[in-house]
Design a protein around this ligand. Structure first.
Ligand code: KG4
Ligand code: ZN
Length: 344
């Protein structure tokens, strides 16, 4: 069976990452190296990612990160079958840096370039880690995205529902900011919620009273702001209670909308035992995970959650898309340009 070895590069947000992954004609892949450098400390004082700072940091360190990934994997350019890089969606400065670097490496090494949609990386990670077969239902929950995707095959995705305003991670980050918690907000809100009482502040469950799988989280964040204003000055206890209430509201929405997305999935694939995959940085949240596990138990669905380090932004998932594309035949994306917006 042929093997495909791909160098992956990811620079679409505030992580500079390179990895080498390998796969055969079918089944899961092997991660030969996975190097990632987060810029969290560069952005923390601004309370969010600053695009210009991110782009400059990618320029400064990407070459070194690529060299480290090749060294860790103990491979040379001759062992590589393609170079894959995120071509979007994301912050345009970073995407340009990663894609042009990959294009230069590919040209110098006479290897094909694979231009990868970042969301496709998240969507196919469970095949890298668990060798999942198509189709499956994916819940992608990150700082920039919140959507249910029916993953039918490589390049064959159907969005079943999405947020009509803020992504869940974004809502966590904004909630943290307005409560005076540090960036990134997700882990901070979860930590504060640990000792909180989720019932003290009643918060809405946006769009649950309406049919369909679309979600909304901007109003929830505003409800937290109003409750915080009314309870001012905020004690540590009140902050914890607000965080717990917010997290519970999000988890309840995900639970119910997930049930509806599963129904649609099963209508399309009545003969398949349904599998639900959760990916993205927010997948780390234990309250949300618990609700999804509950949903899986209630519906007899298998729940797959790739390891946390592969759920958040990384280059192994980008290299893996390269493997998936090579499996299907020759690839030449050398003319594909950076795309700040690129729906799947
Ligand atoms: O997938 P990711 O690393 O980057 C992209 O957005 O693509 O996700 C980052 C997001 C941030 O909004 C962060 O606050 C959120 O994931 N996050 C969490 C948790 N850990 C990270 N949200 C809730 N609970 C967490 N434990
Ligand atoms: Zn991402």
């Amino acid at each position: 069976s042929p093997t495909f070895t791909v160098l992956g590069i990811e620079t679409s947000c505030d992580e500079t990452a390179a990895a080498v992954v390998r796969g055969t004609a079918s089944g899961p892949g092997e991660i030969l190296s996975n190097v990632i450098r987060s810029q969290v400390s560069e952005h923390a004082e601004f309370g969010g990612v600053v695009p210009e700072i991110a782009a400059r940091a990618h320029i400064e360190i990407l070459d070194g990160i690529v060299a480290a990934a090749m060294k860790d994997a103990e491979v040379g350019w001759n062992d590589i079958d393609a170079v894959a890089a995120t071509a979007g969606p994301g912050l345009i400065g970073g995407v340009i840096v990663g894609l042009l670097t990959a294009r230069a490496i590919a040209a110098a090494a006479s290897k094909p370039l694979v231009a990868v949609n970042h969301l496709e990386g998240h969507a196919l990670t469970a095949r890298l880690t668990d060798g999942l077969d198509f189709p499956y239902l994916l819940l992608l929950v990150s700082g920039g995205h919140t959507q249910f995707l029916m993953v039918n095959g490589v390049g064959d995705y159907r969005r079943l529902g999405t947020t009509i305003d803020d992504a869940i991670g974004e809502a966590f980050d904004k909630t943290a900011k307005l409560l005076g918690l540090p960036y990134p907000g997700g882990p901070a809100v979860e930590a504060a919620a640990m000792s909180g009482n989720p019932s003290r502040f009643p918060l809405p469950r946006p769009l649950l009273d309406r049919p369909g799988t679309d979600m909304s989280f901007a109003g929830l964040k505003t409800a937290v702001r109003t409750a915080a204003y009314n309870a001012a000055p905020l004690s540590d206890r009140a902050v914890s209670d607000l965080c717990a209430a917010f997290q519970q509201a999000v988890a309840d929405v995900v639970h119910e909308k997930g049930r509806r997305a599963l129904d649609i999935f099963c209508e399309h694939h009545p003969d398949q035992p349904p599998v639900l995959v959760v990916a993205g940085g927010v997948a780390a949240n234990s309250a949300i995970r618990e609700k999804l596990a509950e949903l899986a138990r209630e519906t007899g669905v298998r729940l797959v959650a790739p390891p946390h380090a592969l759920c958040t932004d990384n280059a192994a998932m980008i290299g893996w898309v390269g493997v998936e594309r090579l499996r299907l035949g020759p690839v030449d994306d050398s003319r594909v340009g950076p795309r700040p917006r690129w729906p799947l």
